[in-house]
Design a protein around this ligand. Structure first.
Ligand code: ZN
Ligand code: ZN
Ligand code: FE
Length: 753
């Protein structure tokens, strides 16, 4: 007997976090065996419950192993231990799952792990080149779970009978596929199918793969079934092909994401820092926005952007395709603004001469999830679109109101709702813009789906104040108590929620558009926020602009409106000057806006950079590009400054001197120097206003949010300025700064009320 043996303890250990669907029970089994400890382990709801009996020393060794080497893909949030009554055990066993009322943390979908990747390319392995290889720590999860607990019969893998060899692995505790619910092989399926969309002859397995690869190599476009839906795949090097893809998708100009075999391969085209490499390789395998080196990609792939959205393969099939064909454009298979296609029948019935085939399999996708998009700013990974790999992992919002369950509808653009229960705020996947009917339908269906999966029955709903928001109308239709939250307040509250901020906060919310408490369109806001309350402290001066979607797109028109309202008519070259002036004068379709996003559009047009937003934020992105080029060339920014008008307790920021200076120097100074000067002027005014507020109200904490803060040049400048003056600055990290954060902010306010 071990001479360390002492008093015997019987313990119940409850582990919460991402502990289901990642091989946690087999992991526990193995460490218990290693220490010779008898007991049991099981899933209850989303938790793992371990009961064991051992000496105190062995128990401590067990806990140490549990905490220090958790399996790939898992994340322990909390471990609770409790002494229980002594009882009889026969060895250590994994026992049947029990359903439970606890909130369940469902694992996000996981990329191919290193062990599976090795097997995928080792000839001797029985899963050599199998496009569906997976194990207990990798593969589809969230997208194939129909019910909890996470067990094979509750996933769409129940459509495939386990073959004897897989069953053997599944039931052998020493095997790394022990209790791997998604276990599969050549014998049990799923298997690859290729459909050329012209006749009924489908190719299967290797023939299917070969045919698809050949089509891609010869400049064709195919649809490939992935984890959360289909992708359109094609070469990024063939200009004709990329133009065809734009036509097929109905996407005019937005850059396409490109999948590469490895980080080394990405480095041939993009600049990759160490942090960015980490992000690319992280379990979520997001699309990472990287600075593009010049040339070599087809011009239409990235459309003059300085960024390339690059990512690494996360399914075995993607690994095989890219190894064979080289880098590929992998863009969500959807048509214009419709949702990503996930069902085989829908994909196969898309008859377009531009699409040359569909490479798929018969494993059903329960819920669609787009690829996530992220970048590194201020040496920190930041999400731009939070979806596959992150959803449904919760944001933890500790609160006393444990019993309260909340549905927060989010916003209408980049829609994503939020469900709250027991301190966990679960943000849904990204849906797109709810104005598109099919997106709205998927959004509504997903609310039902996630409420069911997470066993949430909301007591209250929270939504935006905008009278025409579809998300708000949906929240109203639920017939439960409803809280309305101002858009920019929600932006700031999302930062407070993420960073658990308490007390007063100066919120700087800069974005394109949000409905204000005065019925005007806000978007250049300084709010003083505390708990569920806020007060507007400063804003960009109201500018009358022409309303409607067409006007949002038309940056040249926006520029004219800004010049007119600043009394700078002499600089207007646009031939529509008089018509626009008359419309503004007679109040035809006119709205007042304090939007910083619109000012970025106007400046982009004034400087002759871009006059039209062919996709959301194009003008601002191209303006940022000029600023980046100036920084790279070491060009001095033109000195430009906003003016401040203090009106009783509300500060107004006047863009007139900025616009005047830009117009004045438009042909004498470099565009890059002016673009950088504008970015710095925006950063300067943020500092200046925050300093005034700090002086008056003694608030030292700042929260930055809103789509404008996706601008890296602005963000890095403003962080530096504020930190130099000893402000504590927070911004969105685990939810995007754009309207993807609204749901979380609404939830926070719902909890605080
Ligand atoms: Zn694996
Ligand atoms: Zn099998
Ligand atoms: Fe917004």
């Amino acid at each position: 007997m071990d001479n360390r043996e002492s008093k015997k303890v019987t313990k119940k250990i409850t582990v919460s976090g991402i502990v289901q669907g990642v091989g946690f029970r087999p992991f526990v089994y193995n460490i218990a065996k290693k220490h010779g400890i008898p007991g049991t382990v099981r899933n209850i709801g989303g938790l793992v419950e371990i009961i064991l009996q051992s000496s105190e020393e062995k128990y401590n060794d067990f806990l140490k192993d549990l905490k220090e080497n958790p399996p790939y893909g898992s994340k322990i949030i909390n471990i609770e231990t409790e002494d229980i009554k002594e009882r009889e055990f026969r060895g250590f066993r994994i026992i049947e799952s029990r359903d439970d009322e606890e909130i369940s943390i469902i694992p996000p979908d996981l990329p191919v792990c290193e062990s599976c990747e090795r097997e995928l390319f080792s000839e001797a392995n029985r899963r050599f080149l199998n496009p569906f290889i997976n194990c207990m720590s990798c593969g589809a999860r969230y997208t194939i779970i129909e019910e909890l607990p996470y067990d094979r019969h509750n996933t769409t893998m129940r459509d495939f009978d386990m073959c004897p060899s897989c069953r053997e692995e599944y039931t052998s505790p020493k095997n790394r596929r022990f209790h791997a619910q998604t276990i599969s092989c050549y014998d049990c399926g799923p298997y690859l199918i290729f459909n050329n969309l012209t006749d009924d002859n489908e190719l299967t397995e290797n023939d299917a793969f070969e045919e698809a690869a050949k089509i891609i190599e010869s400049g064709g476009i195919i649809a490939v079934k992935g984890i959360g839906g289909y992708h359109f795949a094609c070469s990024p090097f063939k200009e004709d092909t990329v133009l065809k893809l734009r036509e097929l998708k109905g996407r005019e100009a937005k850059p396409f994401a490109i999948m590469f075999e490895s980080v080394d391969s990405i480095r041939q085209y993009c600049i990759v820092s160490e942090k960015e490499e980490g992000l690319l390789k992280s379990n979520a395998r997001p699309i990472v926005l990287l600075y593009l080196k010049n040339g070599s990609m087809a011009p239409s792939a990235c459309q003059g952007s300085i960024y390339c959205g690059a990512f690494l393969p996360y399914t075995p099939l993607q690994m095989l395709l890219i190894k064979r064909c080289g880098p590929l454009i992998m863009t969500s298979a959807n048509i214009s603004n419709k949702p990503i296609i996930k069902d085989d029948q829908e994909m196969l019935s898309l008859k377009s001469p531009l699409l040359n085939g569909v490479l798929y399999n018969k494993r059903r996708i329960v819920r669609s999830v787009d690829d996530s998009v992220a970048k590194v700013v201020d040496s920190t990974p930041q999400l731009v679109r939070r979806s596959r790999g992150y959803v449904p992992y919760p944001v933890f919002c500790p609160n006393d109101k444990k019993e309260l369950q909340i549905f927060a509808a989010g916003g209408d653009l980049k829609a994503s709702f939020c469900l709250y229960k027991n301190g966990n705020a679960v943000m849904s996947q990204y849906f797109g813009d709810l104005e598109e009917r099919t997106v709205l339908e998927r959004y509504k269906a997903s609310v039902k789906d996630l409420c069911h999966l997470l066993k949430i029955t909301p007591d209250i709903a929270v939504c935006d104040m905008h009278p025409n928001y579809y998300s708000a109308k949906f929240a109203q239709s639920l017939d439960i108590p409803l809280i309305y939250v101002q858009h920019h307040h929600a932006h700031i509250a999302s930062v407070m929620a993420e960073h658990h901020l308490e007390g007063q906060v100066i919120g700087v919310a800069f974005d394109g558009t949000g409905y204000g408490t005065d019925g005007q369109i806000w978007g250049g806001e300084f709010l003083i926020c505390e708990g569920a309350e806020f007060k507007r402290a400063a804003h960009l001066r109201y500018t009358p602009v022409l309303g409607g979607d067409a006007s949002m797109r038309d940056a040249a028109k926006t520029a004219v409106c800004f010049l007119i309202s600043s009394g700078l008519d002499q600089y207007i070259k646009d031939e529509r000057k008089n018509i626009i002036k008359a419309a503004l004068k007679n109040n035809i379709n006119t709205v007042l806006t304090s939007s910083m996003g619109r000012l970025f559009d106007a400046v982009s047009s004034l400087l002759g950079i871009r006059h039209e937003n062919r996709y959301e934020g194009e003008c601002a992105a191209m303006l940022e590009k000029e600023a980046v080029l100036a920084l790279r060339k070491g060009i001095e920014p033109k000195k430009i400054a906003f003016e401040i008008n203090q009106k009783s307790d509300l500060i107004e920021i006047d863009p007139k001197p900025v616009l005047e200076s830009l117009c004045h120097h438009r042909y004498s100074a470099g565009i890059d120097s002016l673009a950088l000067g504008f970015h710095y002027a925006v950063a300067d005014i943020i500092l200046k206003v925050c300093e005034i507020i700090r002086k008056e109200q003694n608030i030292n904490t700042i929260a930055l949010s809103g789509g404008v803060f996706q601008n890296t040049v602005l963000m890095e400048r403003v962080l530096k300025l504020l930190r130099d003056k000893y402000f504590n600055v927070y911004y969105n990290v685990s939810v995007p700064p754009n309207d993807g954060s609204i749901g979380l902010g609404q939830t926070f306010i719902g909890l605080e009320r």
